[in-house]
Design a protein around this ligand. Structure first.
Ligand code: GDP
Length: 326
């Protein structure tokens, strides 16, 4: 009875746009306590009909490219010029190493974080990428129920996290610098292929000519990529997050993309596929978690690891033996 009361409270307050309760619900999502998890699932399930109505934007790029500056400028533009309410979430698996979050940090987006139409949530710390990604996926739904119309998910463009972000957004934006070279920027080709827009930031001052040249080069490079299943041709844009130029053009790209993909139903199809992907991912994570935390496995695994190392048993036989124990 008490729990039902809690669920109702969460649901009502989140639907009313109460950001304190929204934050508490996201904390529940991030909690590893089974009771919290269960409560979180009930709240999300109840809110489900009120979710999905936002635009989900993924933003990635190498450290220093200007992601937080861009999100601040872009976010303020969306609020002031487009009248939108925006939420910023971060996927930052590196925070477990540094002990604190480097992304979504409130001090990095000073003006945005104090705006009543913006909600900024740092990446949960101390979790694996799988865990962080799953939590973020659920936080998106909660933010949507709370009335946020544009959800920005930020990640550092150096690891596996872009793939996770790509699998939960409608539009994927890659921020780049002019003249730094793809390898230098740590951008893998696969990531460029996932992008719906390449935006060259810091196109200001003496950098403008270089930025224009880079735009032409990236446009050339994009022509070599196979056509996307969305029917959308990825675009290259220039902007200066610092001087607030070219920001509206980026938003127009997003709206053009939305118009096209809603018309050809790719938008809905992609979201359906993403839901299926997350169903499978969640099962995978849960099974893995249950397996490795199982008492019997935990006692038996070190022994078999030693045997595998010494070549006394094949990894396949060892795995089969362990799986049989469950
Ligand atoms: P992040 O690591 O990708 O989040 O990058 P930041 O937003 O922290 O920016 C890194 C540095 O680049 C900061 O010193 C910013 O002031 C600077 N910066 C960001 N955007 C621009 C821009 O459009 N033009 C110029 N000239 N500098 C920028």
């Amino acid at each position: 009875m008490v729990k039902r009361f809690y669920v109702d409270q969460y649901v009502d307050r989140i639907l009313a746009g109460d950001r304190v309760v929204l934050s508490r619900a996201i904390t529940l999502v991030e909690s590893t306590l089974p009771a919290d998890q269960e409560l979180a699932q009930e709240v999300i399930n109840r809110l489900l009909p009120q979710t999905g109505h936002s635009v989900r934007l993924g933003i990635t790029g190498p450290p220093g490219v200007g992601k937080s500056t861009f999100i601040e400028t872009f976010g303020n533009y969306l609020i002031q010029e487009q009248g939108k309410k925006i939420a910023v979430l971060a996927i930052d698996p590196t925070s477990q190493r540094t002990g604190g979050s480097i992304l979504g940090d409130k001090t990095r987006m000073a003006s945005l974080s104090t705006h009543p139409a913006a909600y900024i949530r740092p990446s949960p710390a101390g979790k694996s990428l799988g865990g962080v990604a799953r939590n973020t996926r659920e936080a998106v739904l909660l933010c949507e129920a709370a009335g946020f119309e544009i959800i920005i998910i930020e990640t550092v463009g150096v690891g596996q996290s872009e793939t996770a972000v790509h699998s939960m957004v409608d539009f994927f934006l890659l921020l780049l610098l002019a003249g730094a070279g793809d390898e230098l920027q740590g951008i893998k080709k696969g990531i460029m292929e996932m992008a719906d827009a390449l935006v060259i930031n810091k196109a200001d001052g003496s950098n403008i000519t270089k930025a224009k040249r880079a735009r032409a080069e990236y446009q050339q490079a994009l022509h070599l990529f196979p056509p996307t299943s969305s029917g959308w041709r990825p675009q290259v844009a220039l902007c200066s997050a610092l001087e607030d130029t070219g920001i509206d053009a980026v938003w127009h790209l997003v709206t053009e993309y939305l118009m096209l993909t809603k018309q050809n139903s790719y938008f809905t199809r992609q979201r359906q596929e993403q839901n299926l992907h997350w169903l499978h991912q969640t099962i995978r994570y849960a099974l893995e978690d249950r397996f490795f935390s199982h008492e019997v496995i935990r006692t038996r695994l070190p022994f078999l690891e030693k045997q595998v190392t010494k070549g006394q048993i094949t990894p396949f036989k060892a795995a089969a033996d362990l799986l049989k124990l469950l």
